[in-house]
Design a protein around this ligand. Structure first.
Ligand code: RRO
Length: 276
């Protein structure tokens, strides 16, 4: 049984990409790019940079065709289909959720509380009061299964506080975690910032933090809430470590962008060798 899927943002903006993920035998589900009420252009390309060590930075700025584009794909796929939702305002999110609650609904929503690349918008996942408010809106507007995409937490007190709030709502899953915001990678060929602005750091630099977050949340959250791990997974060893920390499913972002959907076959083969 596969436990692998793409991370939102990686190879999942267009119908063709989502179909390719659906048709990849080693994926267990597919996740859309985070979507807003209306289509949004995002930042000029290039907005992702991979360094030579397995790290990446992105300042994509939420480019997406709008939630309706992903909603109308609900009956298209043979695998569980997760729509990532990231409306710009509370009212936008309420509207999106109310529409997605109407059939056909996705298998799950992954509510993105942690995009680091929207100027002037604090990440909801870092603000306990805002988190409680958003969860209340989800409860009122979306009576179907959902999960939360959380930011990486760097302080255990914040993890405990967040887990307590999440436990009073009991989502089906959390995805742990989004990129680490406001990082900088300097390209050593040009000696200049790799992208035109700071961005979310992922890949190898995110892994120890994401692994620690998975481990901590597994010990604090209700067993009703699954943990999907995300952060620097490039091979079977990484997958196994996240499972040992308490994850049930695995999302692949940086490595999927680098290698394409064939990464799922390679990692799955490595897992079959490691586990036998
Ligand atoms: O599009 C982005 O800039 C973006 C999003 Br929505 C997100 O959730 N995480 C990220 O690293 N980039």
């Amino acid at each position: 049984m596969s436990i692998l899927m793409n991370a939102s943002g990686a190879f999942c903006t267009t119908t063709e990409e989502l179909k390719a993920l659906n048709d990849t035998p080693e994926t267990c589900a597919i996740v859309s790019k985070s979507c807003t009420l209306h289509s949004h252009k995002g930042n000029p390309q290039p907005h992702v940079y991979h360094d030579q060590y397995g790290g990446s930075i992105n300042n994509s700025g939420l480019p997406n065709p709008g939630y309706k584009y992903y909603h109308q794909l609900c009956n298209t796929f043979t695998k569980p289909y997760i729509i990532s939702v990231a409306g710009f305002t509370i009212e936008d999110n309420r509207t999106i959720l109310q529409h997605l609650a109407k059939d056909p609904s996705p298998s799950y929503i992954e509510f993105n509380l942690s995009c680091p690349n929207i100027p002037g918008k604090a990440q909801v996942g870092y603000d306990p009061e805002a988190l409680f408010k958003y969860l209340t809106i989800i409860r009122q507007s979306y009576p179907k299964p959902y999960g939360l995409k959380l930011p990486p937490y760097l302080d255990n007190a914040h993890i405990v506080q967040t887990a307590n709030i999440i436990n009073s709502f009991k989502p089906a899953f959390i995805t742990c975690c989004n990129s680490l915001g406001n990082g900088l990678i300097i390209d050593q060929t040009t000696k200049q910032p790799a992208l035109k602005s700071l961005g979310g750091i992922s890949g190898i630099y995110l892994k120890p933090t994401a692994l620690g977050n998975v481990y901590s949340f597994r010990r604090l959250l209700s067993q009703d809430t699954n943990i999907i791990a995300c952060g620097g997974i490039k091979n079977a060893k990484d997958v196994i470590e996240y499972l040992q920390a308490g994850a049930s499913y695995i999302q692949i972002g940086t490595q999927l962008i680098k290698e394409g959907p064939k990464c799922f076959n390679r990692i799955n083969k490595e897992l079959n060798i490691s586990l036998h």
